[in-house]
Design a protein around this ligand. Structure first.
Ligand SMILES: Nc1ncnc2c1ncn2[C@@H]1O[C@H](COP(=O)(O)OP(=O)(O)OP(=O)(O)O)[C@@H](O)[C@H]1O
Length: 335
């Protein structure tokens, strides 16, 4: 478990303190995939780099499994950094070393592994990330996705309990992003590793994260289960991220709403409710006529969800809303 207790960080620039993270308290549970989403400069990297003390807090305490790491000695800090692996947007591989040597590097640096242990572990990791045939290649001979797989294998070499991912898929195309996110999800499930993932794309959060913190100007402005935050965003910054990820043009959406008659409802279906043929039944029972203004069906991690915006006329709206809510559909009245 990672706990931030009133953690604050300012950078000193030319004698002035630039605040990057205002006093923040939050907990990341062991074994979860925790997303941090925010625009450029929001303070995401700062927050994540505090977890392995690449940056030191200006104030507050950071506890990992109950231990205050800000009090650690140099020796304890070295041990902490072996427990916390990290992967980067631009992979940060050593270009003069082969794939196998890049993966072996942190184990050699740690100094307490035999060469036999290192070669067994490297072979195991190469297989885990699907690169067994590329052990002797150099980074320049690999694609972006393969380089990130090497980055992941290297980060896992010393069997960390936490993996920090700093915009790990931002330099990759959509298909490669998908396969790297799938690898991270598999690793999280199989190894029980805690993953903290920074991104500026809500879609990345939707695919792999259990919980998310939304950052804006050095503050966490919204935090919660991805299904709650994504489907019912409260803060304007969160709404922007969700609309952006769903390719929704707010002006166009407003025009559609203005043209529609009657009441406008937004229905959110989660899990099994997503596939139930509810609307026809509700319309018959309540006498309400409806037309669909927009709709989508997708997944949050492995859970299906659907969202529909409807305009409704006639009949008994109260009966319709009660029937939907009784079937576990979240009903939001937009107008
Ligand atoms: N080493 C530094 N020295 C001075 N200011 C810094 C330093 N690192 C970050 N900052 C400032 O702190 C604020 C937060 O930066 P940070 O890199 O944490 O944001 P971010 O959300 O990760 O942005 P990006 O997505 O662009 O990486 C910004 O205003 C940035 O300019």
């Amino acid at each position: 478990m990672i706990e931030f207790d009133q953690v604050q960080k300012s950078y000193q620039v030319g004698g002035r303190a630039i605040p990057a993270l205002h006093a923040t308290s939050m907990t990341i549970q062991a074994g979860e995939v925790f997303g941090i989403v925010g625009h450029s400069g929001a303070g995401k990297s700062t927050l994540v780099r505090l977890i392995n003390l690449l940056e030191r807090p200006t104030d507050g305490r950071i506890l990992i499994d109950g231990e205050n790491i800000t009090d650690y000695s140099a020796e304890q800090l070295r041990a902490l950094r072996r427990k916390v692996g990290m992967i980067f947007q631009h992979f940060n591989l050593l270009s003069s070393k082969t794939v196998a040597d890049n993966i072996a590097f942190p184990m050699k640096l740690a100094g307490n592994y035999s060469s036999k242990e290192i070669s067994v572990r490297v072979a195991e990791l190469l297989a885990r990330v699907g690169l067994s045939d590329h052990a002797s290649k150099y980074p320049s001979q690999l694609s972006g996705g393969q380089k990130q797989r090497v980055g992941i294998a290297r980060a896992l070499a010393c069997r960390p309990a936490i993996l920090l991912c700093d915009e790990a898929t931002s330099a990759l195309d959509p298909q490669t992003t998908q396969s790297v996110l799938q690898l991270l999800a598999d690793i999280n499930r199989e190894l029980g590793l805690t993953i903290v993932l920074i991104t500026h794309e809500m879609d990345v959060v939707r695919r792999v994260c259990d919980r998310v913190a939304v950052m804006d100007a050095g503050r966490v402005v919204e935090m919660g289960a991805v299904s709650d935050v994504f489907l019912h965003p409260q803060h304007p910054t969160t709404r922007d991220f969700v609309f952006e990820s769903e390719n929704i043009d707010r002006n166009e959406m407003q025009e559609d709403l203005d043209q529609a008659s009657g009441r406008i409802l937004r229905l959110t279906f989660r899990g099994d409710a997503t596939y139930k043929p509810l609307l026809g039944q509700v319309a018959r029972d309540s006498g309400v006529d409806f037309s669909i203004l927009s709709g989508r069906i997708d997944h949050i991690k492995d859970t299906p969800y659907g969202q529909l915006t409807l305009s409704l006329v006639g009949g008994d709206l109260g009966v319709a809303m009660s029937a939907l809510e009784a079937a576990d559909v979240h009903v939001e009245v937009l107008r």
